[in-house]
Design a protein around this ligand. Structure first.
Ligand code: PGA
Length: 254
């Protein structure tokens, strides 16, 4: 059975003092979980987050990286810099970066390769817009992203990527994909990976769902056959809410 991987995406929220406060509560609440827990924080919070989680079962990631080692790239943070301070995970290709920073699949592919070269596991986001879903091309869109973003990766690398299926229309909108629709899209992704890399990689790769995951819907979503956890934005900002999502198995109301 695949493990569950539950990641938080704080986006542009929380300062270092709030980060410390968050972990003072959160660490205790999730210490017994069998699930893998990652929180992707803003760069400014990385030091506080690493310090607050040292010796715990919580892993810290970032939300982006630059694929160059170093250079005249004002405002960017390189994969090498992140490696040097012990970062092991980074979100890559989030739809907000694809949309507002015009990140293309070619560029995202470069970042994934750079992440692997620096021992950082990519949490790769893919997903369709509402229009693409309505026009019946969601599968085409997601599978194209997978083919482009995985270009040139070895099977060994591919197996380690955490894929987050995030329908754009469900992000931050309060609208969640139905568990069946989310599972269907995760299956499309798994089958695309199967055609690229074969059974071993397809059956092992972690595919999360993201888009308005909350304490009230996490159990239903994460219990589906092809959903191996979630990428959680808004609901990862409060320790109690995110802990409930991480501890979804204990939710007796569903
Ligand atoms: P949300 O964000 O949970 O607030 O919808 C998810 C994400 O953007 O990763």
């Amino acid at each position: 059975m695949r493990r569950k991987v539950i990641a938080g995406n704080w986006k542009m929220y929380h300062n270092p003092a709030e980060t410390k406060e968050f972990f003072e509560k959160f660490t205790e609440l999730v210490k017994d979980t069998p699930n893998e827990v990652i929180i992707c924080v803003p760069y400014i919070d990385v030091a506080a987050a690493l310090e607050s989680t040292a010796g715990t079962n919580i892993k810290i990631g970032t939300q982006n990286l630059n694929h160059e080692e170093a250079g005249a790239l004002t405002g960017d943070v390189s994969c090498k810099m992140l490696q040097d301070i012990g970062i092991k995970y980074s979100i890559i290709g989030h739809s907000e970066r694809r949309q507002y920073h015009h990140e293309t699949d070619d560029f995202i592919n470069l970042k994934i390769k750079a992440a692997f070269a620096h021992d950082i596991v990519p949490i790769l986001c893919v997903g369709e817009s509402l229009l693409e879903r309505e026009k019946g091309i969601a599968k085409y869109k997601i599978c194209t992203q997978i083919v482009m973003d995985f270009d040139g990766l070895t099977a060994e690398q591919a197996k380690k990527v955490v894929i987050a299926y995030e329908p754009i229309w469900a992000i931050g909108t309060g609208k969640t994909a139905s568990a069946e629709d989310a599972n269907e899209a995760c299956k499309w992704i798994r089958e695309e990976i199967r055609s690229l890399y074969g059974d071993e990689v397809a059956d092992a790769i972690i595919i999360q769902y993201g888009g308005s995951v909350k304490p009230t819907n996490a159990k239903e979503l994460f219990s589906m056959s092809d959903i191996d956890g979630g990428l959680v934005g808004g609901a990862s900002l409060k320790p109690e809410d995110f802990a409930e999502i991480v501890n979804f198995e204990r939710n007796e109301n569903i």
